[in-house]
Write a protein that binds this ligand. Structure first.
Ligand code: AMP
Ligand code: MG
Length: 331
């Protein structure tokens, strides 16, 4: 059951990615150098690695993700450092990661909190969205109890960015001229494309069915990390309310689910490192544009908000153009 749905997800993702690669002129069929591309299920989602030339094998870069997840980051992998940490066995590695997350917790006035594994388990949006568990609305009492229990670290909001930082370090050691590493909602564009044109990274359409369409394109040179967090990724709709996987630690509810006004449905961060892009996409989603723009600025990151009424709000460093399609680039 799990494998079937993940396999379908893999096939869909590869199809979408290929369309992009071709549109950007990366494939032989489009008249340019053949990149090596490989996809796999890593961290419970689809990762796709594209490398230009022979400097690195995509499979070895995917392997870094699998090992990082099972040995360090996954709280569900027995014997991983995070799982040990949650069982009272501390390590310098996890303490350092939690320390970085706690800094963002402070900077976001509590909108980002990796100590809320118990709250994530209570909602179990992942299980319900995959059809593995029945969705039961938690009671106020259960939410309060889960919010008081801050003993379970869940690095789901930053893990893909942490992986991208590892991959960047690995690529720096090799003679890779260019690469695109897509880890679920987080992407590293590295080096340059053989034809010298900018990388094109799609922002998923949060309003499209299955979020399979593209809302806009980011045109960008190598060296950036781009992460998107959205309420369309994993969710359950019940009685007109969308319960999704990004939780507001201040209320215990999925962010904005108790709100009937204009609110974010997708937040994209462009940053100089993977951890920051991934953690901030989650934090800025919870904060909303007013405070989220300030937080991004504090970290030298750019941000693109898509709101539920279709409006787009960007930070000052973003140029928005709308010729045939919505395109974003850095100033
Ligand atoms: P992302 O897709 O990067 O926004 O991360 C979402 C994941 O991070 C969720 O599936 C939870 O595991 C975890 N999470 C949800 N809300 C928060 C939050 N406010 N702070 C930190 N982690 C969170
Ligand atoms: Mg994130």
């Amino acid at each position: 059951m799990i494998h079937l749905s993940l396999f379908k997800q893999l096939k869909k993702h590869v199809a979408v990615f290929s369309a992009f690669a071709c549109a950007s002129g990366l494939l032989t069929g489009c008249g340019s150098v053949t990149p090596q591309t490989s996809s796999d299920l890593v961290m419970d989602t689809v990762f796709t690695v594209t490398v230009y030339g022979n400097g690195a094998e995509p499979s070895e870069l995917l392997e870094i993700g699998k090992e990082l997840d099972s040995n360090v980051l996954s709280r569900f992998s027995e014997g991983s450092l995070v799982s040990d940490y949650n069982n009272g066995i501390t390590s310098d590695e996890v303490a350092a990661l939690v320390g970085r997350c706690d800094e963002i917790n402070e900077a976001s006035s509590g909108a980002f909190d990796v100590r809320l594994g118990a709250l994530a388990d209570l909602w179990d949006i992942d299980g319900a969205a995959k059809g593995e568990a029945e969705f039961v609305l938690p009671t106020e009492r259960e939410i309060e109890t889960a919010l008081e229990n801050k003993n379970t670290i869940d690095l789901g909001a930053a893990g893909k960015g942490i992986y991208l930082d590892e991959v960047k370090a690995a690529l720096d050691e090799k003679s890779v001229s260019g690469a695109v590493i897509s880890a679920g909602g987080s992407i590293l564009v590295y080096g340059a494309k053989p034809d010298g044109t900018p990388f094109k990274v799609g922002i998923k359409d949060p309003f499209g069915e299955d979020a399979s369409g593209t809302f806009g394109i980011i045109q960008i040179s190598g060296g950036y990390f781009i992460s998107t967090s959205g309420s369309y990724e994993r969710y359950i709709d019940l009685d007109g309310v969308r319960y999704h996987h990004i939780l507001d630690p201040r209320t215990g509810y999925p962010a904005w689910s108790q709100d009937t006004g204009v609110c974010p449905v997708s937040v994209t961060i462009i940053a100089n490192d993977g951890f920051t892009s991934d953690a901030l996409s989650t934090a800025c989603f919870v904060l909303g544009p007013d405070k989220g723009l300030e937080l991004a600025e504090q970290y030298g990151a750019e941000v693109i908000y898509i709101m539920n009424d279709g409006t787009v709000i960007t930070s000052d460093g973003i140029i928005t153009a709308n010729d045939n399609r919505l395109t974003f680039s850095l100033k």
